[in-house]
Design a protein around this ligand. Structure first.
Ligand SMILES: [Fe+2]
Length: 140
């Protein structure tokens, strides 16, 4: 459920992003910052925080609201397992080419995530390969 809804804040912010698109792109290029950083810079909050607030209004379980809020920064979640899992799943989806966005090239796995989840580089390669194969299988 958290994986399906975690980026709903992007949809909510979209019309505001369009108004500042050139400024935001310029900021990202000049500062070498990800879109997530640009959101905070231009709006004072990011899509993860908005999504979390919306999920509260929708009476989602607090564990989901919390994980969504920290899905880009699990290190700020006070070691919340679902926040780390959501962050890792998001990263794997991007590495596997699922739901590619122009900002994804700058998406970084937060330091400490692999250690927290006890995942090695070899595990990661296997997971990305398996996800890619599975997606290709159902996409044909
Ligand atoms: Fe996100």
């Amino acid at each position: 459920m958290a994986g399906l809804i975690h980026d709903v804040g992007k949809i909510i912010l979209d019309s505001y992003i369009v108004e500042k698109k050139e400024e935001i792109e310029s900021f990202m290029e000049k500062e070498e910052k990800a879109f997530f950083d640009a959101e905070s810079q231009y709006f004072g909050f990011n899509h993860a925080e908005i999504a979390s607030e919306v999920c509260k209004k929708w009476n989602f379980p607090e564990s989901i609201n919390f994980a969504i809020k920290y899905h880009h920064q699990p290190g700020k979640s006070d070691s919340d397992e679902l926040s780390y899992i959501l962050h890792m799943a998001d990263y794997i989806a991007i590495m596997s080419g699922i739901g590619y966005d122009s900002d994804d090239i700058l998406y970084e796995l937060e330091e400490g995530t692999m250690d927290y989840l006890n995942i090695t580089n070899e595990d990661m390669s296997d997971i990305v390969l398996k996800v890619t194969e599975s997606v290709n299988k159902i996409s044909i």
